[in-house]
Structure formats: C-alpha cells, structure tokens
Design a protein around this ligand. Structure first.
Ligand SMILES: [Zn+2]
Length: 410
C-alpha cells in the first residue's frame, strides 16, 4: 500500500529546483531535446513517478507517457515538455510535467479514478537543436530528414541515438485516440497577469498569425535637385503604413496586435529619395474574422498611401496560421478551478504556440492555465515565477483535473 499522499504543491517547487540543479548551469536550463542532459531530466522524472500504479511508455516519437487506468477508457491528458531552449528558464515546459506528476500522485492515492488519466512529456517541443518542433508537425518528413544541428549531426541520426525511428514517428498520433480532454499548465511568458496582479489565468486559445512582406516602389532621385512635389518616395508609403497599423490594431481591439518588424530601404543613401521600401508586417488575433479584417484594412490602407505618394505597392505572404480556440466547456472548468484557488480569474489569449495548440488542432478538447511570469521574461535564465504562485498553479491544475474527470465520466 502507498502511504497517504495528499496534494503537496510545495513538493513541486522543491522538485523543480532539484531539476534545475541537475540539468542547469550558470547560464540557465540546458535540457535541449535529444541530448544527454535531456535524457537525464527524463530519467529523473521516471524516478519521481516510480512506485505509483502507472503504466509507463515511450512512444514512436519519443514522447513519454504515464497512464493511470480509470474505470472508463476515456482519457484525460495532462501534458507539458521537459525540454528547454539552450540557456533557458527553469519553468518553461517543466512546470507542467512536474506539477502533473504531483496531480498523478494525488489521483493514484485516491484509488481508481472515474476516467483514465495520462501524463505526457512531449519530446522536443522547443525544436531548439534542429530548428523544428516535432510532435504534430511531422507532415513534412522529407524536410526533417535534411535537417542538421550546429555540429552537422543529421536529425534522423540524433533521434536514432534516443531510440526514435523517424519513419515510425507519425504512429505516435495513435496516442490521441480515446483522449477526451487535454490540460496544460504553462508560465505565461508575457506581462499581462503580472500587470493585473493576478497569479493565474485561463487561456482562450492561440493567436492566428498573418505575416507579409510589403514592398513600396517609387523612384530614386537626387536629394538636392528633386523638388518636394515631384518625388515618388517609397519610404513615405512605408511610414504612413507603420502608423496606420497601430490604429488598425486599436480599432480592432480584443488583444489585436500589429507589428512592423522591419523596413529595408534602397538605395539607402543620404543623397537619394528612397526607391524601394520592404516592410515586414506581423498581425495577430484570436478571432479569424477579425484577423482577416485587419489584413484587408492594412492592404487597402497601403493602396491608398501608394496612390497619395504616386508609388506602387505589392504584398507577399510569408507565413500564416489560423487561430486555435480552446474548448468552451473546459475553459469554464478552468475558470472555476482558478477562482477557487486564487479568488479571481482572467481569460487571455496566448501569443506563443504550445503543444496544446497541436492537440486542439488534432480534435481533442483542450484548455491551458497560465501562471504569472515575473517581468514577462522567458527563454532566459531570468525567467521566474513567485513560489506562492507556482504552488497555486499546482492546486489549480489539480482542481481542473478533478473537475474534468468528473465531467468526462459523467
Ligand atoms: Zn513551453
């Protein structure tokens, strides 16, 4: 018989510090996927869960699973990633697997749950070594085969060293069969909760993104001899557009963000009117229709400015992704769980993509909890969260897991 083991949120904080000692150095966390340090972290997590009545498995993609069989086959998944970027923070990803381990202990101690509960440690969320996150984005196998790390090691070889056969990695998708809910706790990695003085928030989904290169074309002309009213200045179009996208984001609201990340001008010399101005535009929104509207507003504004300045404008899409919305029912449960442990809750979108977005895209009802990040910093050794907030986040995940199990079983 196991000793009685109620939820111990402070143990999660202790274990996170232990993991930091084991796998970090003076520059931060070094748990880069497909490295020895990462394997050490994964073995450490296995030890932590040893002795519990859990089935352990590493799947075809290298994802690590612990399953607590319930009276129903329907499975509630709790997921995170123990891998980090090089010189990363101590909490990104690892918080959820370590907090998830604590929830698994509590559930196992309570006896057979009403639904099957599975903890998953996704392999290579960060894509730090090969520039590509693996799970759920495995469609382009040929492209993955070509990838090499900074030392020239091919991706299939590195995966092979860790027991993963790239040809079979897609078979890991079978793990989502029978999954009826996916729960993920993560640090916010942004400043919103801290600015609102809230420890915890509920994530509505991940932003849709539209990225474009916009090129304004005018005419290079001598800065001294060309009168002001005879100029075809490409930079004037770019400058007007940069100011207009701020208004577009403001008008759209609901978290809309638009960024002109760069403008390259040619010929780029002090004695010439600018002939071409290449702008990089990034637009994000949680609502697909509003994102499309922001894009079309920016396009029509750019044409208006081109006309005003007697220049041309051309748009080229660089990349886009649709917004991924989390499950409304689970968002409600998450809100209840957060209010119960922290008094107040707040719903917010996520700028970064997470494993949760891939799982939601695969059709599994999903929700995420965010815990406040100090100064909004992440992917650096300066990443931090107050210990009391970490403890609250473990409690909230536990309450959310309990509510979700009751919901899917009933
Ligand atoms: Zn992460």
């Amino acid at each position: 018989m196991l000793a009685a083991m109620p939820l111990s949120p402070s143990r999660t904080v202790t274990e996170l510090k232990e993991l930091r000692e084991l796998t970090g150095d003076e520059n931060g966390a070094q748990r880069v996927a497909w490295t020895d340090t990462w394997e050490r972290a994964r073995a450490w997590l296995r030890e932590k869960l040893d002795g519990l009545p859990l089935e352990h498995e590493i799947d075809e993609a290298g994802n690590q699973w612990w399953t607590l069989r319930g009276s129903s086959e329907r499975a509630v998944l709790i997921g995170g990633h123990i891998d980090s970027v090089p010189n990363g923070g101590w909490l990104d990803g690892s918080l959820n697997v370590v907090a998830g381990a604590e929830v698994m202990r509590r559930l196992a101690e309570d006896g057979e749950p009403d639904a099957t509960v599975r903890l998953v440690d996704w392999a290579d969320e960060e894509g730090a070594r090969f520039g590509r996150s693996l799970f759920g984005s495995l469609a382009d196998q040929a492209e993955l085969r070509e990838r090499r790390d900074a030392d020239g090691v091919a991706l299939p070889d590195a995966l092979g060293d860790h027991g993963v056969d790239l040809d079979r990695a897609l078979e890991a998708h079978r793990q989502l069969e029978g999954a009826v809910a996916y729960l993920e706790l993560h640090i916010e990695q942004g400043p919103v909760l801290e600015s609102m003085e809230l420890p915890l928030g509920v994530v509505l989904g991940t932003f849709g993104v539209e990225r474009h290169q916009i090129t304004f074309r005018g005419q290079a002309a001598h800065a001294g001899s060309t009168p002001m009213d005879r100029r075809r200045d490409a930079l004037a179009g770019a400058a007007k557009l940069e100011l207009e996208i701020r208004e577009i984001a403001k008008r759209t609201g609901d978290g809309a963000v638009c960024t002109m990340g760069g403008v390259v001008t040619r010929p780029g010399i002090v004695t010439s009117v600018v002939e071409t101005a290449e702008c990089l535009l990034d637009q994000r929104h949680l609502d697909a229709a509003k994102l499309a509207e922001m894009l079309s507003n920016a396009e029509s504004a750019s044409r208006r400015f081109a006309q005003e300045e007697d220049i041309e404008v051309a748009w080229e899409r660089i990349w886009n992704i649709e917004p991924i919305l989390f499950d409304e029912g689970l968002i409600e449960l998450a809100d209840e769980a957060v209010r119960e442990v922290a008094g107040r809750s707040h719903r917010l979108p996520s700028g970064p993509l997470h494993d949760a977005a891939e799982v939601a895209r695969a059709g599994v009802p999903t929700v995420m909890l965010f815990v406040q990040s100090l100064r909004g910093l992440s992917h650096t050794k300066l990443e931090d969260t107050k210990e009391e907030h970490l403890e609250l986040s473990v409690q909230a995940l536990d309450r959310l897991a309990g509510r979700t199990i009751a919901r899917v079983a009933g």
